[in-house]
Design a binder for this molecule. Structure first.
Ligand code: NDP
Length: 397
């Protein structure tokens, strides 16, 4: 497995392989340009970590391995005999999602002897694992790296007995208690109380060329993939805090960062705007959208065609990477029709609580919050969810 430090998807891949009881050799390409080139060549041009090989065959990254697990073929590829699927594993409290909300809920629930199980999903650690320095989480006067903060929260949850399971939940039945969760792997879990902290995921533009070159120059994670673009020109799309932060971070690697925004003013905070606008390596392209990501099969991304939304003029940029930073959408698809949501798709909770429209099901963090969306507010509501669940379970006895 080719990896680097501070790589959330590497951690996820290792957790998945560990759950399969297989060993692997890790090749950290962080400070080794030679190994980086080796990985790119062996994987057919992929510029994202991890890249996982079995018997010399490239399986791809975490997404690919997790998709193989979903299709039920990973065990076979790893040489494992088919596992007997258990009857539903019974738990008092299951927490779906492992960002700041889920892990804080886990700390509180574990300390209350509720023996919580966290189902970590496709983006273990949540959005903070794909960010750089977090300057506004109380208790860290010098700031803290997002992935480090998540590791610390996970350790704290484990210290009180929280157990973790990796895998996507593809079906949930909230029509009767205990509630059941079906994982893509075929495992079935049941819970007397459910805490939902599935967060929100990065949005994509929806271009065919964007999907075609994903992981081959198109990325939504600057901290994961930025270092593949050392000494190269790149583009960042968006005008919110994420885009501004990613553009600044990417100046550590790129020769130039073209920041493409569809309006003529940023949405992000004033302090970040000031830093971006005075940075010599960042060139802002106002009033413009990406019309197409340009690339070829051998090299991956080689440029982007931009369209000025006011004049309709088309121009081309030569870039080796395009980083999408255009916001997020709540991860609620699996609850469709079972829990009430607002117009934007966020889960509805009763005022000043984490109670959803179904008794015994609680929601916290970004999946139920399109207003604040901060790590600290997610953690705060995670704490509320565990307390709500504990009191609700107590009232059922
Ligand atoms: P935002 O929703 O704030 O910004 C999304 C940006 O992408 C907007 O500028 C938007 O344009 C643009 N956009 C959306 N869709 C498209 C599209 N289809 N094509 C082109 N451009 C598009 O999301 P962020 O992820 O930036 O931030 C989310 C929240 O997290 C915010 O509250 C932010 O403050 C916070 N945050 C805080 C950080 C920190 O404190 N360190 C770091 C990162 C985020 P338009 O402006 O025209 O709508």
């Amino acid at each position: 497995m080719y990896t680097k430090d501070y790589c959330p998807y590497c951690v996820a891949a290792k957790t998945l392989l560990r759950s399969k009881g297989v060993d692997w050799r890790e090749i950290n390409i962080g400070n080794e340009p030679r190994l980086r080139e080796e990985m790119i060549n062996l994987s057919g041009g992929r510029r994202t970590v991890p890249q996982i090989f079995v018997d010399g065959v490239c399986l791809g990254g975490y997404d690919d391995v997790s998709a193989l697990e979903s299709r039920g073929v990973l065990d076979h590829i790893l040489g494992k005999t088919h596992r007997e699927k258990d009857m539903a594993e019974k738990h008092k409290v299951i927490i779906m999602g492992s960002g700041p909300a889920g892990l804080t809920a886990a700390i509180y629930a574990a300390r209350a002897n509720l023996e919580p199980v966290v189902v970590a999903g496709n983006e273990p650690g949540g959005q903070l694992t794909t960010t750089t320095e977090v300057e506004n989480f109380p208790g860290y006067p010098d700031g803290v790296q997002g992935p480090q903060l998540m590791e610390d929260l996970k350790k704290q949850a484990e210290r009180f007995g929280t157990r973790f399971k990796t895998g996507n939940v593809d079906k949930v039945d909230l029509s009767q208690r205990p509630y059941t969760l079906h994982l893509e792997s075929g495992d079935v879990l049941s819970a007397e109380a459910l805490i939902i902290s599935t967060g929100a995921s990065a949005k994509w533009l929806g271009l065919e060329s964007e999907q075609k070159y994903r992981n081959r120059g198109v990325s939504a994670c600057a901290t994961c993939d930025g270092f593949f673009f050392k000494g190269k020109p790149i583009a960042v799309v968006g005008g919110g805090d994420t885009a501004l932060e990613e553009a600044l971070y990417l100046t550590n690697f790129a020769t130039v960062v073209h920041l493409i925004h569809r309006r003529n003013e940023f949405r992000g905070s004033v302090i970040m705007q000031e830093r971006v606008l005075k940075h010599p390596k960042i060139k802002v392209v106002w009033d413009s959208v990406v019309d197409e990501v340009l690339g070829d099969n051998a090299k991956g991304v080689v440029g982007a065609r931009l369209k000025n939304v006011k004049t309709g003029e088309l121009t081309s940029l030569v870039v080796d990477g395009v980083f999408m930073a255009i916001g997020h959408q709540p991860n609620t698809a699996v609850f469709n029709g079972q829990l009430e949501t607002d117009d934007l798709g966020y889960l509805k909770v009763k005022s000043h609580s984490t109670y959803t429209s179904v008794e015994g099901v609680f929601a916290c963090g970004d999946v139920a919050d399109h207003v604040y969306r901060q790590a600290i507010t997610a953690a705060g509501t995670g704490c509320m969810a565990a307390i709500d669940a504990e009191r609700w379970l107590g009232s059922q006895e």
